[in-house]
Design a protein around this ligand. Structure first.
Ligand code: PLP
Length: 423
């Protein structure tokens, strides 16, 4: 068989260029990570050839004896990792996990209550152009204007007023922990299901560094590629009594054949997530985010109009608040991009600028922790970021910052043995 480079030089070259980009820049998009080579090897395997509709031991296709082993390993490792009774590892993505979880518990037209997208929620928690906003009647809760914490009094009030069938606790851009027990208390008061979407913080939960939603929620959904550090994909966790509903909601409800090559990669990631090195990495992830928040709250940043949403972080990300700065979110993103740091602009709560511009950047530490960054490295990259975000910083200074980024990247080689695609 011909290699990728021979078969398709255009795709091959783009992949090589992407590898170089990842190696020579610093990835600080909070929802990204650098998957281990073992994870990519499993995903780039012959399992991509296999149809396996159904579940282990109950397939609608022959020849599933080996993918059954793989999928059962993924299920067993995931339930053990989070202390859950039931797991479904087939959702192709986090959005599909949420679609399946909601479809299992709701009828179209039912009311859901989730965190407003503009205050850190996810598209699938009720945004009007998303399936969740189209299929369901949506009520949204918010963070408080003073401390940027989720307003649990509003959650309780809306729960009583709107009588949701499902309350969603979870976020894409929120730097603090949620009170899952309080969410469950409110859900029970109004007879709603509680769904926790732990896509962002699942790795922290797995490491025991963040409270687990599993004892509190009727259903927990997650992605596998963020802090968890696996392949792109989704999962659902629940109690055993709901197993049948979730299984049939994923297949045949939402999906056809599962991606067994991705499920194999999930299994590898779940194994790694149970190891001491993973916990140590998550500790550095958290420490790095705290170091960054502290640096951005130092006097020189404050004088430049920079603030940090909620005044700090308990998780793997910092939301930089540029409402008081001349630089908007897009300019900040571009500036960091120019010096080799990749982030995404993000609306901050009560953002006066339009979403395409926004007044914030979301900066995360998981990919750098995976790359081996220690506290000193995080202090260095935090200083680079704080300097770059001062409006007065000019081109000569930015060139010096680019050199410091290159130095950090060189000191922490990423995938040193890869040239193109994993072998
Ligand atoms: N849920 C949350 C909280 C997320 O942040 C995301 C991704 O950004 C998703 C779900 C969706 O995951 P995916 O992009 O895999 O569909």
């Amino acid at each position: 068989d011909r290699s990728l480079a021979d078969t398709d030089p255009e795709v091959s070259q783009a992949i090589s260029a992407e590898l170089t980009r990842q190696q020579t820049t610093l990835e600080m998009i909070a929802s990204e990570n650098s998957a281990p080579v073992a994870v990519m090897q499993a995903q780039g395997s012959v399992l991509t050839n296999k149809y396996a509709e159904g579940y282990p031991g109950r397939r609608y296709y022959g020849g599933c004896e080996h993918v059954d082993v793989v999928e059962q390993l993924a299920i067993d490792r995931l339930t053990a990792l989070f202390g859950a009774e039931y797991a479904n590892v087939q959702p192709h993505s986090g959005a599909q996990a949420n679609a399946a979880a909601m479809a299992a518990l709701l009828q179209p037209g039912d009311t859901i209550l989730g965190l407003d997208l503009a205050h850190g929620g996810h598209l699938t928690h009720g945004m009007k152009l998303n399936f969740s906003g189209k299929l369901y009647d949506v009520a949204a809760y918010h963070v408080r204007p003073d401390d940027h914490r989720v307003d649990m009094a509003e959650v309780e009030r809306l729960a009583h007023e709107r009588r949701p069938r499902l309350i969603v606790a979870g976020w894409s851009a929120y730097p603090r922990q949620l009170d899952f027990a309080e969410f469950r208390r409110i859900a029970d008061e109004v007879g709603a299901y509680l769904m926790v979407d732990m896509a962002h913080f699942a790795g922290l939960v797995a490491a025991g560094l963040h409270p687990s939603p599993v004892p509190h929620a009727h259903v927990v959904t997650s992605t596998t590629h963020k802090t968890l550090g696996g392949p792109r994909g989704g999962v659902i966790l629940a109690t055993a009594d709901l197993a049948k509903r979730f299984n049939s909601s994923v297949f045949p409800g939402q999906q056809g054949g599962p991606l067994e090559h991705v499920i194999a990669a999930k299994a590898v990631a779940f194994k790694l997530a149970g190891e001491p090195a993973f916990r140590e990495r998550q500790e550095r992830t958290l420490a790095g985010a705290r170091i960054l928040a502290d640096r951005l709250l130092a006097p020189d940043s404050r004088e430049a109009g920079i603030d940090v949403v909620s005044g700090g972080t308990d998780v793997h990300l910092v939301l930089v608040d540029l409402r008081g700065s001349e630089l908007d979110g897009r300019q900040a993103e571009d500036r960091l991009h120019a010096i080799g740091i990749t982030v995404n602009r993000n609306a901050v709560p009560f953002d006066p600028r339009p979403p395409m511009v926004s007044s914030g950047v979301r900066i995360g530490t998981p990919a750098l922790a995976a790359r081996g960054f220690d506290r000193a490295d995080f202090a260095e990259v935090s200083d680079v970021i704080a300097t770059a975000l001062r409006p007065a910083t000019g081109d000569r200074e930015l060139a010096r910052l680019r050199a410091r980024v290159t130095d950090l990247a060189d000191r922490h080689p990423l995938y040193p043995d890869l040239t193109e695609v994993p072998r």
